[in-house]
Design a protein around this ligand. Structure first.
Ligand SMILES: *[C@@H]1O[C@H](CO)[C@@H](O)[C@H](O)[C@H]1NC(C)=O
Ligand SMILES: *[C@@H]1O[C@H](CO)[C@@H](O)[C@H](O)[C@H]1NC(C)=O
Ligand SMILES: *[C@@H]1O[C@H](CO)[C@@H](O)[C@H](O)[C@H]1NC(C)=O
Length: 202
């Protein structure tokens, strides 16, 4: 082995050590749940695709988005369902979706894929909504989850296709208006959503 390659291996190892120390420092989990024999489980009959989660320590709940349902689970015992709200697809909308060549029971349902905190009381929720992504505001108050029924355009904030890998992020404040920055792993772009007018600038 040449001196150069030996050196590069040593450097590589040191770098790896450096980054693992760095990540250990910055990746402190917000909540640690110790594995015990009594592992807790949440499941509701007839509901599938539990794909989106948001921890709200301040409200004491884990918000969980599934197919056509959102749950508020007790953060200390996720088997305890504190509230639920259902967001299905109207028949007419489902029919329109099948005209696009999509399968009624697969793509033409509403998969909740985005849950982001807006402020102390409100969460922004988006679903694929039968291949026509739609967003709404949701509150958890007095033990109830409530969708506000705003039904905003969700294009660029939520995928059309429930099988698409996806993540989103909300950051920052801009002057007097809240700025939401979204990042889509498949096609990176930024969307600024201004609250109040809810206009989009891409
Ligand atoms: C939803 O869940 C069902 C049952 O587990 C699975 O067959 C299907 O592939 C899932 N769909 C998506 C979009 O993940
Ligand atoms: C969690 O909640 C479930 C359902 O209410 C209950 O059966 C179980 O005992 C609870 N577990 C703990 C550790 O409190
Ligand atoms: C939280 O945000 C929602 C949606 O923008 C707004 O209607 C509500 O007034 C806000 N609440 C607080 C306490 O700021």
């Amino acid at each position: 082995m040449s001196l150069l390659s030996a050196l590069s291996i040593v450097c590589g190892l040191m770098l790896q050590l450096y980054f693992s120390l760095l990540s250990a420092q910055y990746c402190v989990p917000r909540k640690t749940v110790f594995y015990q024999s009594n592992l807790k489980l949440f499941k509701e009959d007839g509901i599938f695709n539990y794909s989106t989660m948001l921890i709200r320590d301040d409200l004491g709940v884990l918000l969980l988005g599934a197919r056509e349902a959102i749950y508020a689970l007790d953060i200390n015992n996720i088997s305890v369902q504190k509230a639920a709200v259902y967001w299905g697809v109207p028949e007419e909308k489902q029919r329109e979706c099948t005209y696009k060549g999509k399968l009624a029971e697969v793509e033409c349902r509403n998969y909740i894929r985005t849950l982001l905190s807006v402020n102390d009381t409100t969460v922004y929720v988006c679903g694929t909504n039968a291949f026509s992504p739609t967003c709404d505001y949701m509150t958890f108050a007095n033990g109830q989850l409530t969708l506000k029924g705003k039904q905003e355009e969700g294009k660029g904030k939520c995928p059309f296709d429930p099988f698409q890998r996806y993540s989103s992020l909300m950051v920052g404040e801009c002057q007097h208006r809240r700025v939401h920055v979204w990042h889509n792993i498949r096609a990176p772009y930024l969307v600024h959503l201004f609250s109040g007018t809810s206009s989009l600038c891409i």
